[in-house]
Design a protein around this ligand. Structure first.
Ligand code: CMP
Length: 144
């Protein structure tokens, strides 16, 4: 079923100039990029984005890392987009990820795992609206 998912190319990906390589992997799996922007977000933003991880021992490191530089934020549309994104990203920890996955190939020590992909349709909806509140996407659908 056609759905949308959010993929963030994290600061380590933008810094190393591997936006093209990552984008090709999603395109090769038949997904279409329907929204995209570069941005640089504050600690406060990431505290809200990652609210479910508040209190965990890595939370401060995660928020510091995500606010350390520019990110590339994308919305992908296509059949089973959420699951395809999770499969391409691979396991959260690059050391555990399949070497053929994005994190297995490009990931650095945690929390620098190169990409974030929405983990469910519900979180995709929430995350897309955090970044693209009033955006009309290429496929003609608004987020809200
Ligand atoms: P992401 O898929 O964006 O979701 C939460 C993020 O927290 C994760 O990728 C990592 O960047 C980070 N993270 C999760 N677990 C750990 C950990 N044990 N140590 C450091 N960072 C982590």
């Amino acid at each position: 079923m056609a759905e949308k998912t959010l993929v963030i190319y994290k600061p380590d990906a933008v810094r190393r100039n591997i936006i093209g390589e990552i984008t090709t992997l999603f395109q090769d799996r038949g997904l279409k990029m329907v929204g995209a922007k570069l941005g640089w977000y504050s600690r406060e933003f990431w505290e809200e984005f990652y609210a479910e991880h508040k209190g965990k021992d890595f939370f401060e490191r995660l928020v510091n890392y995500m606010s350390s530089g520019p990110i590339f934020i994308t919305v992908w549309s296509g059949d089973d987009a959420v699951r395809v994104g999770r499969q391409l990203a691979g396991a959260t920890d690059p050391l555990q990820a399949d070497p053929g996955s994005i994190r297995g190939r490009y990931g650095l020590p945690m929390p620098m795992n190169t990409v974030h992909c929405s983990d469910s349709l519900e979180s995709a909806e929430r995350e897309i609206s955090l970044f693209f509140k009033t955006t009309k996407f290429l496929n003609g659908n608004k987020t809200s």
